[in-house]
Design a protein around this ligand. Structure first.
Ligand code: ADP
Ligand code: MG
Length: 494
């Protein structure tokens, strides 16, 4: 498998009043498993259902109900672990994390504290072509999501919606290896990309399928000891993650430079005010009294089970990007754009097959993606298929149309559809390669402009004016190279 060479970026340094500070960041990402039913019950996970319609007796914690593990969710966690090059633990176990919360009727959350399903892995966080940070993953464990308390429907009452209660989450915990706000956002972007490639989480941040708790500390630049961290809870936007870290780092620096010390606490980010504020301090932290859940057997895997999942993994983003660079000779930047989503990469490869890879990349990125972005479409609803775009590129390659006419054909394909070859034929857009016809057009322009002829002969760069006139006279259909050759020949400027 091909790999691209990279260098680690410099850590982000913030200048305080008394010196430079370095940021240290670790993320706990909650990724909802793409599963139709919940982690321990058969209730649906469909987003946007009427409140309390996707709730089984298990989710409602009716007395005597017992959890039954969802094998599909277990496979997705293993698949995710393998995709992050992580160790898969053949033995893992569920623990109860005890706390009272209105949207958690059990009175405890089933999670995995002592024996998580996945151990150490890594994520390569791309910062720029040739620059990436390798961030180690500490663990991934499976756990239940809680429900939702609704406080804004009634001035006097709060409601509880248990639809989300018991939905399977993978908590993906990074080591404190991230060194700046941009790196943290890129980490989430890359993790989301890998999850979407694997198909284990849809990564829909608006719907809450992917949320991050962001741990931030600062230390004097150049030192290696970790400072005291604060944890900013439940962030579901890359932009807010960056803003919150930036604010939080400056807040901690101000405290430390003032001779104070940072208190370890949980904070919330308020995007309207652009600041973080305290939610609870570590002193008030709950004692969760974790203990192994007696209702569930430990998970024990045969190595062959893990190997079977490993054999089914798709080509992942890093490998695909490296292959695109090597196979099609494109830049790492372009390869990054094309491999952002599996669907775009597949689209590109369908266009590039049997054609010039760089030219295909150019058309897909500049024309197609450019247009899709402008109109707010995704690749899935592109009005132009890979077959149509490929056909258009073939017409350029054959010399039937110029690059300029090709853009007109692209426009027709976008708005009206159709077969590019037939469009060019039917609408007389074919490039004039008949030398006699081009020559006649050149003669005409030369005869009509004797003064320009003299000028161009004195200054050969002015020959371009004649080329322009001939192109205009032929409706842009003359082969520009042929026109240029003939013009120069007739003017005697070689
Ligand atoms: P907890 O379970 O109490 O949240 P962990 O030790 O599991 O604590 O750490 C949670 C997250 O905090 C991890 O992602 C880790 O990388 C990060 N982290 C730990 N120490 C620091 C630190 N000093 N600065 C920034 N992040 C940290
Ligand atoms: Mg935590």
């Amino acid at each position: 498998m091909a790999e691209l060479a990279y260098k680690e970026p410099e850590p982000k340094v913030i200048a305080g009043a008394k010196g430079d500070w370095e940021l240290v960041i670790g993320l706990e990402v909650h990724a909802q498993v793409s599963s139709k039913s919940k982690l321990f019950s058969g209730a649906s996970t469909a987003f946007g259902a009427e409140p309390n319609t996707n709730v089984s007796l298990v989710d409602a914690a009716m007395p005597g109900m017992l959890p039954v593990i969802n094998g599909f969710c277990v496979e997705q966690a293993v698949r995710t672990g393998l995709g992050l090059k992580a160790e898969i633990n053949l033995f893992s176990r569920f623990d109860r994390k005890n706390y009272f919360y209105p949207d958690l009727p059990q009175g405890y959350q089933i999670s995995q504290l002592y024996h998580p399903i996945v151990g150490e892995g890594e994520i390569l966080v791309d910062m720029a072509p040739g620059i990436a940070r390798k961030v180690r993953v500490e663990r991934i464990h499976l756990e239940q999501d809680a429900g939702k308390s609704v406080h804004d429907l009634d001035p006097d009452l709060s409601y509880v919606d248990l639809n989300r209660t018991g939905v399977a989450l993978m908590e993906i915990v990074s080591k404190p290896d991230i060194r700046g706000p941009e790196e943290a956002a890129e980490y989430v972007r890359k993790l989301r990309q890998i999850l979407r490639y694997l198909g284990t989480c849809d990564g829909n941040m608006q719907e809450g399928s992917l949320r991050a708790d962001v741990n931030v500390s600062v230390r004097p630049a150049g030192t290696s000891e970790l400072g005291t961290r604060c944890e900013i809870k439940n962030m579901n936007s890359m932009r807010f993650i960056q803003q919150a870290i930036e604010f939080e780092a400056r807040r901690q620096i101000a405290i430390l430079e003032d001779g104070g010390s940072v208190e370890q606490e949980t904070r919330l980010y308020d995007p309207n005010k652009g600041e973080t504020r305290s939610m609870r301090s570590k002193e008030e932290a709950h004692d969760y009294r974790y203990f192994p859940d007696p209702d569930l057997l430990p998970l024990e895997f045969e190595q062959s089970f893990v190997d079977g999942i490993a054999a089914s993994l798709p080509e992942l983003p890093d490998a695909k990007k490296a292959r695109f660079v090597l196979e099609y000779g494109m830049t790492e930047y372009d390869a990054g754009v094309l491999t952002a989503e599996v669907a775009s990469a597949d689209y590109f490869e369908a266009v590039a097959r049997g054609r010039d890879g760089k030219q295909a990349a150019n058309w897909v990125i500049n024309e197609l993606f450019g247009r899709l972005n402008k109109e707010g479409h995704g690749i899935a609803d592109s009005p132009i298929s890979p077959v149509q775009l490929g056909g258009l590129i073939d017409l350029i390659a054959k010399g039937d149309i110029s690059g300029k006419i090709a853009k007109d054909v692209f426009e027709i394909l976008w708005t009206e559809g159709g077969d590019p070859a037939k469009i060019v034929e039917d609408r007389g857009m074919k490039q004039v390669t008949d030398m006699g016809a081009i020559e006649a057009a050149v003669d005409e322009v030369i005869a009509a402009n004797p003064d320009k002829v003299a000028q161009a002969q004195a200054k050969p760069s002015l020959a371009g004016w004649f080329v322009g006139q001939v192109m205009k006279a032929t409706g842009g259909k003359a082969n520009p190279k042929a026109v240029n050759d003939i013009v120069r020949g007739k003017l005697g400027i070689g």
